[in-house]
Write a protein that binds this ligand. Structure first.
Ligand SMILES: Cc1cc2nc3c(=O)[nH]c(=O)nc-3n(C[C@H](O)[C@H](O)[C@H](O)COP(=O)(O)OP(=O)(O)OC[C@H]3O[C@@H](n4cnc5c(N)ncnc54)[C@H](O)[C@@H]3O)c2cc1C
Length: 760
C-alpha cells in the first residue's frame, strides 16, 4: 500500500494481467518508484501461464502450478488490484471504463489483455463452440467435460478447430487426460474420438517440416483424425461443417483459431491493424497516443511483426517496465526489438515434447523435462517473491516530472500540516467528489445532502423509534471502491441485527493528502462503493466530515427505525434454552487479511472473503425474524466467541458451539494454522476463560477461528429448535450459502464458564 509520506503523483494503470504485466509488477515490486501508484485491472485474480496450460489439461500440473496469483503479486508490488473487466478507454478523460465500478483514471496506461477468438463469422460458433480463450472460461468447460466423460457411458466425440501449436497441443493433452480417466474407471479409452480441423493445407504452418512430420506421426499413432484444408463454416450442437461440404460429428467443439483484438478497442481511437490488434512503436507506445502502451498478443509492433506467442509477451515485460518508468520521469524512451527466431517447445501430452526453432527440430522425453524445468523456474519467480526492504519506497525523493501547479500541491501534501483547519479536506475537492454521487432521497429526510446545511434534519415517522449506531475503521485493502462497500455494509450490520430498517447515515472519512485530483478520485471511488450499498438499503447519506490523515479510513453513524412497541426488535438478551444457534456467513476474515498483508493468502481466498463481506445482512435478518429469532447480533471485532458471550450473559443461559459445524471461509484454516492472526486476536483470546473445555479444543484446527475478529461478518441468532432447519434452508435460498446451525442454547449450569465446545 502506498503510504502518504510520499503522496501519489502519477498513476500507471495496467489493463489486463497478461504475461508482460506480471513482469512489470515484479520489477516495480523490486524497484519501486516513489510517487508512482500502480493499479492493475484484471478480470481474473489467477492469471494463466500459457506455456504450462497443455500440461495442466493433460493432468501433469495443478491449477495453482500454472496460474500466477495477481493478488499476491500486486500486493508485493504495492499495486492496487481492481478485479474487473474493462469495457473501454476514454482517452480524452484519461480513464478506463469498467463493467462493475466507476471509471479508473490514469496518467499512463498499458494494455496487455491478450487476444480474443474471432468466431463471429462462423455460423453457430458463438452458441455451440467453446473458445480456448478466455482460459478461465475454457477451464470451466473443461472441468464439465471431464465430469461428463466420467459419468456418461458410451462414445464422446471431440473436435478441435485450429491446427497451430495451441490446437495441436491441446488436442493431444485433452486426449491423454481423458483416456487416462477412462482407464482409471476401467473403461475403454477408445470410447473417445478426436478430430483436428485446420483451414491450412498442413498443421503447424509456421514451423519447419521436421516438427510438422513429428506431429503428423504422433496424431496418426494416437488415432486423431486430421482434416487439413478444412475451413469450418458452420457449427451445430453435435456437428461441424466445412466449406468443402465435409461434416464432422462432435459432442464438443473447441476453437483454437486465429485471434483478433477485443471489439471494444475500435472505440478507443487507437490505431489497430487488420486483425484489430493495437499498433505500437518500438518503444511499445501506441502509435496514436504516447500515454498509452500495449504489449503481448494485443500489441502489433509495426516495425517487427511477430507470431502471437506467450514468449514474446514475457520478453516485452522488462522493456515495458523500463519505458513506463522513463515516461513518468520525463526521460527518453528506449526502443525494443524482439528476437526474430524463437524456441517453441511443443508437448505431445504424454510428457514428451518437440523443440522447434527456425529450421531446427528435435524431440524426446528429455525435451519435455527441459520445458518443465524452464516453465517451473519461470513460475517460481512469481511464487517465491523476494522479501523487500520496507521504507525505501516512501522516503526517497520522487523523480516524477511534475508541472508547476502539481509541484506546489505535492510540496503542501508532504509539508507539516498546521491543523488549524482541523485537517479538513478542501471544500472544492470534497464537493466535486461527492457532487457526482447520488444518494437515495427519502421523504423523512428534511435536510440532507440534496440541500446541504450545517447539519442534517430527519423526521422520526409516527409510531417509530430510532436506532443509532456508529462504526469506523481504516482501509485494509487497496481498492477504495470495494473498501467503501465493505465499510458501509459493516456499519449497516448493527441496524439489521436489531431488526431495524436503515433510514439515514452520516459519513466520517479520512484520506491521505496528495495532489487534488488523486485525493478527489480516492474519495469518489470509496464513496461510490459506499453509496451503492447505502442506496440499496434505502438509507440516505445525509452528511459527513472528511479530514486528512496518514491513512484512508471510513465510518458511518447510521440511524435505523423500529416499531415504537419494540415488537420487531431482536436483542442479544432473548436466548432461550433449547434454541438452535444459527450463523448466516462464514468466519475467517481477520486471519485471511492478516495473511494477505504478508503475501501468504491466495488471491481467490481474498476474493471470496470480499464477496462475503459485501453481502448485506438485510435479507438474512428478515429471514431470521420470520423464523422466530429470539436473539440476534452481527459478528464484528470481538469474534464469534466474544459475540456469543455477549448474548449468553444477558440471556442468563449457556451455549454449546459445534466446531465441526462452523462455516469457515476458504483458506482461513490454513492461515490460522500457519499462526497468522489478526492483530486484534490476542485481545479476543482473553475470553478463553469463558470456555468450559478449552484444553480439549487447543489442537482443533478451527479453535483459533472462534477468536478471529470479523469485518462485515454474518448474523448470529438463536432460533426455536423446531424452526432451525427450515430457517437454514431459507437462508441458503437467499444466497447465504454457508448458513448453518452451529450449536444450541443450554440452561445455565453451575459452571462459571458459559460455553462448551463440541467437536463432532
Ligand atoms: C492451448 C494453448 C497453448 C499455448 N502454449 C503456448 C506456449 O507453450 N508458448 C507460448 O509462447 N505461447 C503459447 N500459447 C499462446 C499464448 O497463450 C499467448 O500468446 C499468450 O497468452 C499471450 O499472452 P498475453 O500476455 O498477451 O495475454 P494473456 O495471457 O491472454 O493475458 C491477458 C490477461 O488479461 C485479462 N483480460 C483480458 N481482457 C480483459 C479486460 N477487458 N479487462 C480486464 N482484464 C482482461 C485476461 O483475463 C488475462 O489475465 C498457447 C496458446 C494456447 C491457446
Amino acid at each position: 500500500m502506498q503510504l502518504p509520506d510520499q503522496p501519489v503523483l502519477r498513476d500507471i494503470v495496467l489493463l489486463g494481467g497478461g504475461h508482460s504485466h506480471v513482469g512489470v509488477l515484479r520489477r516495480f515490486g523490486m524497484h519501486p518508484l516513489p510517487g508512482v501508484r500502480l493499479t492493475v485491472i484484471c478480470r481474473d485474480t489467477h492469471t494463466p501461464y500459457s506455456g504450462m496450460l497443455p500440461g495442466y489439461i493433460a493432468g501433469h500440473y495443478s491449477y495453482d502450478e500454472v496460474h500466477i496469483d495477481l493478488s499476491r503479486l500486486a500486493r508485493f508490488a504495492g499495486a492496487r488490484l481492481f478485479r474487473d473487466e474493462a469495457l473501454g478507454v476514454d482517452r480524452d478523460a484519461g480513464k478506463v471504463l469498467c463493467r462493475n465500478r466507476p471509471p479508473v483514471p490514469y496518467d499512463y496506461l498499458s494494455i496487455n489483455i491478450g487476444s480474443t477468438p474471432q468466431m463471429a463469422d462462423v455460423a453457430g460458433a458463438t452458441e455451440y463452440a467453446v473458445p480456448v480463450k478466455p482460459i478461465n472460461g475454457f477451464n470451466t468447460r473443461w472441468l464439465q467435460l471431464l465430469e461428463r466423460v466420467r459419468k456418461h457411458a458410451g462414445a464422446t466425440r471431440i473436435a478441435v478447430v485450429g491446427g497451430g501449436a495451441g490446437g495441436v497441443e491441446l488436442t493431444l493433452a485433452m486426449q491423454y487426460r481423458l483416456r487416462n480417466e477412462l482407464r482409471a474407471l476401467g473403461r475403454n479409452p477408445q470410447e473417445l474420438s478426436f478430430h483436428l480441423l485446420t483451414s491450412d493445407p498442413v498443421i503447424l504452418p509456421t514451423h519447419n517440416a521436421t516438427v510438422r512430420r513429428a506431429f503428423e506421426r504422433v496424431l496418426a499413432e494416437r488415432g486423431v483424425t486430421l482434416h487439413c484444408s478444412a475451413e469450418v463454416n458452420k457449427v451445430r450442437a453435435t456437428r461441424q461443417q466445412t466449406a468443402g461440404g465435409e461434416s464432422v460429428d462432435a459432442d464438443l467443439s473447441v476453437c483454437v483459431t486465429r485471434d483478433g483484438g477485443a471489439p471494444w478497442l475500435r472505440d478507443t481511437g487507437l490505431a489497430l491493424d487488420a486483425d484489430g490488434f493495437i499498433q505500437v512503436k518500438d518503444t511499445l507506445q501506441t502509435v496514436t497516443d504516447p500515454r498509452v502502451f500495449a504489449a503481448g498478443d494485443i500489441a502489433s509492433m509495426i516495425n517487427h511483426p511477430r507470431e502471437k506467442a506467450g514468449v514474446f509477451a514475457v520478453r516485452q515485460g522488462p522493456p515495458l517496465a523500463e519505458n513506463l518508468r522513463r515516461a513518468v520521469e520525463g526521460k527518453a524512451l528506449r526502443p525494443y526489438r524482439p528476437q526474430s527466431k524463437w524456441l517453441a517447445l511443443i508437448s505431445t501430452g504424454d510428457q514428451y515434447a518437440v523443440a522447434s526453432r527456425g529450421a531446427l527440430g528435435f524431440q524426446g522425453a528429455w525435451v519435455w523435462r527441459w520445458k518443465d524445468w524452464i516453465d517451473r523456474r519461470f513460475m517460481l519467480k512469481f511464487d517465491r517473491l523476494p522479501v523487500m526492504e520496507t521504507g525505501s519506497a516512501t522516503t526517497a525523493p520522487s523523480p516524477v516530472k511534475l508541472d508547476r501547479e502539481e509541484a506546489a500541491q505535492a510540496i503542501s501534501a508532504v509539508a507539516m500540516r498546521c491543523g488549524g483547519c482541523g485537517a479538513k479536506v478542501g471544500a472544492t475537492v470534497l464537493s466535486r467528489a461527492l457532487g457526482a454521487l447520488h444518494p437515495v432521497e427519502r421523504d423523512d429526510v428534511l435536510i440532507g445532502l440534496h440541500a446541504p446545511d450545517d447539519a442534517a434534519v430527519v423526521r422520526v415517522p409516527p409510531g417509530k423509534a430510532m436506532v443509532h449506531t456508529v462504526d469506523f475503521f481504516r482501509a485494509f485493502i487497496d481498492d477504495p471502491y470495494i473498501f467503501g462497500k465493505v465499510a458501509a455494509n459493516h456499519a449497516l450490520g448493527d441496524i439489521y441485527a436489531m431488526g431495524a430498517e436503515a433510514q439515514s447515515a452520516t459519513a466520517i472519512v479520512t484520506v491521505p493528502a496528495g495532489l487534488e485530483a488523486k485525493v478527489e478520485d480516492v474519495l469518489f471511488q470509496m464513496m461510490s462503493g459506499a453509496i451503492e450499498v447505502l442506496n440499496e438499503a434505502n438509507c440516505a447519506l445525509v452528511g459527513g466530515h472528511t479530514g486528512e490523515s496518514r491513512e484512508l479510513a471510513l465510518g458511518f453513524a447510521v440511524n435505523g427505525l423500529v416499531d415504537e412497541d419494540m415488537a420487531s426488535v431482536m436483542r442479544k438478551s432473548g436466548m432461550r434454552p433449547g434454541d438452535a444457534l444459527i450463523l448466516t456467513k462464514p468466519i475467517g476474515t481477520g486471519t485471511l487479511f492478516a495473511a494477505h498483508a504478508l503475501l501468504e493468502a491466495r488471491g481467490r481466498w481474498i476474493d471470496a472473503a470480499l464477496i462475503s463481506m459485501c453481502q448485506s445482512n438485510r435479507l438474512g435478518a428478515q429471514c431470521l425474524r420470520e423464523h422466530g429469532a429470539t436473539a440476534c447480533t452481527d459478528l464484528t471485532g470481538f469474534g464469534l466467541l466474544g459475540h456469543l458471550v455477549e448474548m449468553t450473559r444477558p440471556s442468563g443461559v449457556d451455549a454449546e458451539l459445534d466446531l465441526a459445524a462452523l462455516p469457515v471461509l476458504e483458506g482461513a484454516e490454513e492461515t490460522s494454522a500457519a499462526g497468522i492472526l489478526s492483530s486484534l486476536q490476542p485481545a479476543n483470546v482473553r475470553l478463553r476463560r469463558a470456555l468450559r473445555n478449552q484444553q480439549e479444543a487447543l489442537g482443533h484446527p478451527r479453535y483459533p477461528l472462534i477468536f478471529d475478529p470479523q469485518t462485515a461478518g454474518g448474523l448470529l441468532a438463536s432460533i426455536p429448535q423446531e424452526r432451525a432447519e427450515a430457517c437454514v434452508k431459507a437462508l441458503r435460498a437467499l444466497g447465504y450459502e454457508q448458513a448453518a446451525v452451529i450449536g444450541r442454547v443450554l440452561t445455565q449450569g453451575e459452571a462459571l464458564e458459559p460455553i462448551v465446545l463440541k467437536f463432532s
